[in-house]
Design a protein around this ligand. Structure first.
Ligand SMILES: Nc1ncnc2c1ncn2[C@@H]1O[C@H](COP(=O)(O)OP(=O)(O)OP(=O)(O)O)[C@@H](O)[C@H]1O
Ligand SMILES: *[C@@H]1O[C@H](CO)[C@@H](O)[C@H](O)[C@H]1NC(C)=O
Ligand SMILES: *[C@@H]1O[C@H](CO)[C@@H](O)[C@H](O)[C@H]1NC(C)=O
Ligand SMILES: *[C@@H]1O[C@H](CO)[C@@H](O)[C@H](O)[C@H]1NC(C)=O
Ligand SMILES: *[C@@H]1O[C@H](CO)[C@@H](O)[C@H](O)[C@H]1NC(C)=O
Ligand SMILES: *[C@@H]1O[C@H](CO)[C@@H](O)[C@H](O)[C@H]1NC(C)=O
Length: 601
């Protein structure tokens, strides 16, 4: 996601490559790779996962369990849950100072939690539960100011909970249950808001969180043991727990998204148009007239005043077309502001005309473009804000412990697919002029608070395409979605969108990205894998085993639609109009198989 610049500014791409090659340093692995190898070397037992971590690779970014920032190649995510890993956790993980998520839960790690993890100051999620870790919880974890999720439950930790953890103001989940901890739970700061199940199973803890008075504690709960106050606490108990669960789904998701791209966008600014990096400068700096069109009930002045307050904190995403900020107006309305840095001359002329058209397209399943601003240095587009984030984030393990994919049962997945199909069908068949999306992928399907899907970024790919070359539209994240003929000719048609939609359906069904490592290992992508399974009549196996509420008949019908959409010849693919019909007639209300429509179109 964090590749704002690659798509439109090729000089940057070149310099990134140079940087990358320099980092490769004549074949030696990157420092993050070294740290991970040291982590690997301290492990004495595991399943096969680590055998694919090879010291001769230039960086660890292709290794299983490792996710890097696309631009900087720094490790941001290490996830090795349920891998039967045993051994100590290497202190060298502390060198991964861009790490955001460390998920080592449900393994057999033993030894101490290295205090060096306190050096990973960008850490947002630390999941070490379900191991045999002993010793104390290091004080240094209190330095992890970005931490939102801390779970060290079900280990053998002893000592007391460090006071420093009270400083972790962003925590939304905290769990130290089932250890051998003792002493008072910090009575100040963020640990006061967690329910007693966060602390349960530790015989020696005390504090008002667990309704257990501390002996010779000058603190808070000298008279909290009476029946009355116990009742009061008991009544409150459930509420925060439930609140937490929903906090996972919403706030957590948004915060994470915001931070996921922070580094990429930061780099963007650094190498880009440095000084005038604030949006307000963009808007007011040049002598241009600032125009806001569309149906925004605010004056330009109000909006510019808001723009002046935007900082990195408000970044919610960063894609091929630019950085996305969340814009909260004083009346409580929220918008997503997409900032596109201007790239070539002649663009301005198109921009306004095209944007007028895009702004006039309204549909339940399209993200509403509310307005735009054309400044000399950049373009600002204002969209409705969708609180559910992108399908990409909801579907894939961006945050391992939030169980968000569990939210997506069969009905929810189906509903998302149907919504996306309707949005796309509208662009293809009901708009004038017709619009080819060109960039259908899960990060461009956004979800509202009810998990209804909306297609975003329509019309942008064409608008921002480099005239001389189509290559620029092919971003890494888009790769797995592109139809074979599109890759060859660079010519987008409705049918290339249909192909991408088919890939999207497979992604939703399987829960795996189109170019997931498990496909690559077999020399395939998701479509190749489906075709292989289909050749053995095992296509159902592509479905995510975690998907609940699966219905066999509608699955079969959906798979047959998907198979047709990803057909290698464009003529064999149905139109989006037809796809919607099939989804509504066969998939939503499946009927016995003899009625399956086998050769329409
Ligand atoms: N209207 C919106 N409401 C809420 N979040 C949004 C909105 N628009 C974008 N985002 C967030 O910003 C992220 C980046 O969006 P953007 O469309 O710029 O990039 P992308 O989809 O990853 O890539 P590309 O630009 O190539 O389509 C999205 O994944 C989403 O999380
Ligand atoms: C973490 O920081 C401390 C203090 O700056 C330093 O001594 C230690 O070596 C660092 N650990 C790692 C693994 O880099
Ligand atoms: C990290 O935490 C330790 C102990 O809590 C403290 O002594 C140290 O100064 C902190 N380091 C930073 C960089 O904040
Ligand atoms: C903490 O973890 C235990 C399992 O180790 C679980 O039963 C409990 O519900 C968790 N509590 C919270 C608040 O997440
Ligand atoms: C109980 O705590 C209150 C403050 O919360 C304090 O004023 C009071 O003196 C304490 N009583 C006893 C008996 O310690
Ligand atoms: C503790 O008891 C005293 C009187 O005994 C009361 O005034 C005070 O409000 C109580 N404190 C708490 C926190 O319940």
């Amino acid at each position: 996601m964090a590749n704002c610049q690659m798509i439109h500014l090729r000089p940057w791409l070149a310099s990134t490559l140079v940087l990358y090659m320099l980092l490769q340093n004549g074949g030696a692995i990157s420092p993050d790779g070294e740290a991970l190898l040291s982590f690997k070397n301290s492990i004495v037992g595991s399943d096969t996962v680590l055998s694919f971590w090879r010291p001769e690779d230039p960086d660890p970014c292709g290794w299983r369990g490792v996710t890097c920032d696309r631009i900087t190649k720094r490790v941001v995510y290490l996830s090795l849950k349920d891998r039967r890993l045993s051994g100590p956790i290497s202190a060298d993980l502390g060198k991964l100072d861009r790490l955001r998520i460390l998920a080592l839960y449900n393994n057999n790690f033993y030894g101490n939690i290295p205090s060096d993890l306190g050096n990973c100051t960008e850490l947002q999620g630390l999941y070490l539960q379900g191991n045999y870790l002993s010793g104390v919880i290091p004080n240094e974890l209190g330095n992890l100011s970005q931490l939102q999720y801390l779970d060290v439950s079900s280990n053998s930790l002893s000592g007391s909970i460090p006071q420093s953890l009270g400083k972790l103001s962003k925590l939304v989940n905290f769990n130290v249950s089932n250890n051998f901890l003792m002493g008072p739970i910090p009575s100040e700061g963020s640990l006061t808001k967690f329910p007693d199940s966060s602390f349960a199973g530790n015989k020696g803890l005390c504090g008002k969180q667990i309704n257990e008075a501390c002996k010779n504690d000058n603190g808070p709960s000298n008279n909290s043991s009476g029946p009355l106050s116990a009742l009061g606490q008991g009544g409150k108990k459930k509420y925060p727990a439930r609140l937490l669960v929903s906090a996972f789904a919403t706030i957590g998701a948004l915060l994470l998204v915001a931070l996921m791209c922070f580094w990429g966008c930061f780099l963007y600014k650094k190498f880009g148009r440095n000084e005038s990096s604030s949006i307000a400068m963009d808007v007011s700096g040049g002598a241009s007239i600032v125009m806001f069109h569309g149906d925004l009930p605010y004056s330009s002045k109000d909006i510019i005043k808001k723009l002046e307050t935007l900082t990195e904190e408000h970044v919610i995403g960063c894609g091929g077309f630019g950085t996305v900020y969340k814009l909260a107006m004083d009346d409580g309305s929220e918008f997503a502001l997409k900032r596109i840095v201007k790239m070539n001359e002649g663009f301005d002329r198109f921009f306004e005309r095209e944007l007028e058209i895009l702004g006039s397209i309204k549909h339940r399943h399209l993200v509403n473009l509310r307005g735009y601003c054309n400044s000399p240095t950049s373009k600002l587009l204002i969209y409705d804000y969708l609180p559910g984030g992108s399908l990409d984030e909801v579907l894939h393990d961006v945050m391992p412990y939030t169980e968000r994919s569990e939210q997506l049962d069969w009905d929810a997945r189906l509903n998302i697919i149907v919504g996306a199909a309707k949005g796309l069908a509208y662009l293809h068949h009901d708009c004038s002029p017709r619009i080819i999306h060109r960039d259908i992928k899960s990060s461009n399907i956004l979800l509202d608070g009810n998990l209804e899907s909306r297609v975003s970024d329509f019309g942008l790919a064409k608008l921002l395409e480099d005239e001389e070359s189509h290559i620029t539209t092919i971003v890494a994240g888009t790769f797995g979605y592109l139809a074979p003929e599109y890759m060859q000719s660079g010519r987008a048609t409705e049918k290339t969108d249909v192909y991408s939609f088919g890939v999207l359906v497979l992604e939703v069904l399987s829960g795996k990205r189109p170019t997931d490592a498990s496909f690559i290992e077999k020399g395939l992508n998701i479509v190749g894998w489906l075709n292989y399974l289909a050749s053995e009549s095992r296509q159902q196996e592509i479905v995510d085993p975690h998907c609940e509420g699966l219905q066999a008949e509608s699955l079969d019908a959906l798979l047959s639609v998907a198979i047709r959409c990803v057909s290698s010849s464009p003529e064999d693919r149905p139109t989006m109009h037809r796809v919607v019909q099939l989804l509504e007639s066969d998939v939503m209300t499946p009927c016995p198989s003899e009625f399956y429509d086998s050769n329409s179109e």
